[in-house]
Structure formats: structure tokens, C-alpha cells
Design a binder for this molecule. Structure first.
Ligand code: NDP
Ligand code: 8X3
Length: 252
């Protein structure tokens, strides 16, 4: 039996999708398991990469029953998951604390924090049993510095940072690597989701400067994974050259 499954959450778009494409190339002997809510996109990506090596699982990571169903349906194989990329996540809204929507807040907390917990709690016991695993959490510059109207999105990414550190401590001695990749602005569907489909607003986020691309993050993830087994890249803060902090962006 080989420990050769890579599980990537939120692979229908952006960083998750680019990571699936990159890791499929760089880890040709691994199976790739992809999750997300948009079934058609998962199927298209599966066809694009390989119908033999890729499996797709359509569920909402916020829904504990759906996550548990995924885990129990595949329990015979979960001991083969050696790499988990906790990527699924989103920001919703950019409104002042007093005006923001409670629904947006709940969705961010349920996805970015609770969803990550449901999946990690489901997979980690198998990794511990195997004494083998690498968990990559996608954090953010937003988990290191708060910006105006970022409040709850910032809080969720600060939480991801705390959970990454906690995981590293609690898995010590079990041969499990835990890494956090914390990007600045990456040009994905992130802004479109944040602004609920308002295309002009979303475009303006990435206008006038060279934002990071999803492929930049995917390559970084692949590099972390391919370090020798005794090396754990604990965290990487990766920013566009034209972005110094969440608030300082040089636009032409
Ligand atoms: P995208 O919107 O392009 O991709 C987000 C992915 O998350 C999609 O595949 C989406 O799939 C999935 N997702 C969202 N909600 C759920 C859910 N409830 N259940 C299952 N899957 C879900 O954004 P990015 O690629 O930019 O974001 C990926 C990660 O990177 C996020 O954690 C984000 O916070 C982080 N990040 C992004 C930055 C950026 O500037 N873009 C910078 C720093 C960090 P589907 O909708 O099909 O369910
Ligand atoms: C996404 C980066 O700066 O838009 O995590 O919050 S930012």
C-alpha cells in the first residue's frame, strides 16, 4: 500500500485549481483528490488532468454532515492521504464593522475555520497512524495584519495561523509536516466572490499592478512539498513585488 493521495480542498478555481494542475505534474505517482461545491468544474478539471489519477468529491465544506459523509464513504482509503492542502476559503463583503452582514461573517467562519477543522480532524488520525503526512494550510497576509473593513476575514486567517501552529505542536514526533503559505493579493475569483459577482469592483482590486497569480502559489506549495523529509518549511509569506502590506500597494 502506498501513501500516495493528495487531497486539495477548494479546487474548482484559483489557487486550488492551479495547485491540482501543478501537483499532478510534479507528483506523477500520486492520486489527486479534489473537492469543491461546483461539480461541473470538478469534472472538467478531472478530465483535463487525468480521469485515472484524479477523483472528485462535491460537497460543502461548511456542512459537517457532508464532510462526515465524504470521510466515512472513503474511510478504507484515507490512510493513503499523505498530503492535505487546506485551501477552500473566501472573503465576503468589505463593509465597516457596524454595517457588515452577520450572514457573511458566519459563512467566512464556517468555511475558513470550521471547514478546515472538519477536514483536518478527519484526515489527521490516519496520518498519525501512518506516521507520515504533510498538511499545507493556505493562510494569508490577512492573517498577519488587519486592514480596514477586513475584521472577520482577518480573524479567520489569524485563526488559521493559530491552528497551523497548534497542529505543529500536537503532531510533533509523528513525522507530520505542517506548513502555512500566506499570500498577498492573488488574481483569482477571490475578489469576485468577495464583491458578490460585481465584476467592475472585483477587477479594480487587481488593476494597475502585477498581482500574484494562482500558479505562483501552486509552485510554492509544490516546492514546500518536495523538500527532503527532514525539512519542514513552516511558513512562507509571499507577496506581489508591488505590495508591501495589505494597505500599501504601488499602482501605475
Ligand atoms: P477562489 O474564489 O478562486 O477559490 C476559492 C475556492 O474555495 C473555490 O474552489 C471554492 O469552490 C472553494 N470554496 C469556497 N467555499 C467553499 C465551501 N463552502 N465548500 C467547499 N469549497 C469551497 O479564491 P482563491 O483561490 O484566491 O482562494 C483560495 C484560498 O486562498 C482561500 O483560502 C483564500 O482565503 C486564500 N487566499 C487568497 C488570496 C487572494 O488574494 N486571492 C490571498 C491570500 C489567501 P466552490 O465555490 O466550487 O465550492
Ligand atoms: C486575501 C488577501 O489582502 O485581499 O487573503 O485580504 S487580502
Amino acid at each position: 500500500m502506498k501513501n500516495n493521495i493528495i487531497l486539495i480542498t477548494g479546487a474548482t478555481s484559483g489557487i486550488g485549481k492551479a495547485t491540482a494542475q501543478q501537483l499532478a505534474k510534479d507528483f506523477p505517482k500520486h492520486e489527486i483528490w479534489l473537492t469543491g461545491r461546483r461539480k461541473e468544474r470538478l469534472q472538467l478539471l478531472q478530465q483535463e488532468i487525468s480521469t485515472d489519477r484524479v477523483r472528485t468529491f462535491c460537497f460543502d465544506i461548511r456542512n459537517r454532515n457532508e464532510v462526515e459523509h465524504f470521510l466515512s464513504e472513503n474511510r478504507e482509503e484515507l490512510n493513503r492521504v499523505s498530503i492535505l492542502v487546506n485551501n477552500a476559503g473566501l472573503a465576503l463583503g468589505l463593509d465597516s464593522f457596524a454595517e457588515a452582514s452577520l450572514d457573511d461573517w458566519e459563512q467566512m467562519i464556517d468555511t475558513n475555520v470550521k471547514g478546515l477543522l472538519y477536514i483536518t480532524r478527519g484526515i489527521l488520525p490516519y496520518m498519525e497512524e501512518q506516521k507520515n503526512g504533510h498538511i499545507i494550510n493556505i493562510g494569508s497576509i490577512a492573517g498577519r495584519a488587519v486592514y480596514p473593513k477586513g475584521h472577520v476575514y482577518n480573524a479567520t486567517k489569524f485563526a488559521v495561523r493559530a491552528l497551523t501552529e497548534a497542529l505543529r505542536i500536537d503532531t510533533l514526533g509523528k513525522n507530520i509536516r505542517v506548513s502555512s503559505i500566506d499570500p498577498g493579493m492573488v488574481e483569482t475569483e477571490f475578489a469576485l466572490v468577495r464583491f458578490k459577482g460585481e465584476e467592475e469592483k472585483a477587477k479594480s482590486v487587481y488593476q494597475g499592478f502585477n498581482a500574484l497569480q494562482a500558479e505562483d502559489i501552486a509552485e510554492t506549495i509544490s516546492w514546500c512539498l518536495s523538500r527532503p523529509a527532514h525539512v519542514n518549511i513552516q511558513e512562507i509569506l509571499i507577496m506581489p513585488t508591488d505590495q508591501a502590506t495589505p494597505r500599501d500597494v504601488f499602482r501605475k
